[in-house]
Design a binder for this molecule. Structure first.
Ligand SMILES: [Zn+2]
Length: 187
């Protein structure tokens, strides 16, 4: 294992840290908020999806930053409400379409039930779409917290984190030195 340091400018925007870790193994995080450095009082779940596999790791967060994550801007709330509205609309339309499409030899009640189940997933897709989109309209403070730590990439044996706070990144590297593969300044 080798530590590689590239692009050694001090004004870099963040640090990428690649560590050897497999699902089920635990990493050690500094007991401080990954965003502001205050005492940790909770966690932010980092997600990364590749194909059908999702990796989730909890990073420490202070009470204030956790609260910030849960706050919705007016625009976020509007997008979520639109999501419920269009989700419900899509559900009703999809029930009608599926009722027409499903084979006529099915009795009406099973046909309705099946149509409702299929339409339910259509409606949920719409709700999820609007909810994903709403994140774009979050307050800048929330964006900062979300960007403070991210899962950049993972494989079956390694995970790459991105930390905005270089001091936090350095401490994380120290705590997990035996698992470290490489660190890299991100520009
Ligand atoms: Zn904080």
């Amino acid at each position: 294992m080798q530590t590689r340091q590239t692009n050694g400018t001090t004004s870099a925007m963040g640090q990428r840290v690649k560590v050897e870790v497999q699902p089920g193994e635990t990493l050690r995080f500094p007991p401080r908020c990954v965003n502001c450095g205050n005492e940790a009082a909770g966690a932010m779940r980092l997600h990364k999806r590749r194909g059908r596999v999702t990796r989730e790791i909890d990073a420490p967060l202070c009470a204030d930053c956790r609260h910030e994550l849960q706050r919705l801007s007016g625009e976020e709330e509007r997008w979520r409400r639109m999501g419920w509205f269009f989700g419900a609309l899509a559900f009703v339309l999809a029930v009608i379409v599926f009722l027409l499409l499903l084979p006529g030899w099915l009795a009406f009640m099973p046909r309705l039930l099946l149509a409702a189940i299929l339409a339910g997933s259509v409606g949920m897709l719409v709700v999820v779409y609007f909810r994903r989109n709403s994140v774009k309209y979050a307050r800048p403070e929330k964006h900062a917290v979300r960007n403070a730590a991210q899962l950049h990439d993972f494989s079956w044996r390694a995970t790459t984190f991105e930390f905005e706070n270089e001091a936090f990144a350095r401490e994380f590297v120290e705590l997990n030195r035996e698992k470290l593969i490489e660190t890299e300044n991100r520009d």
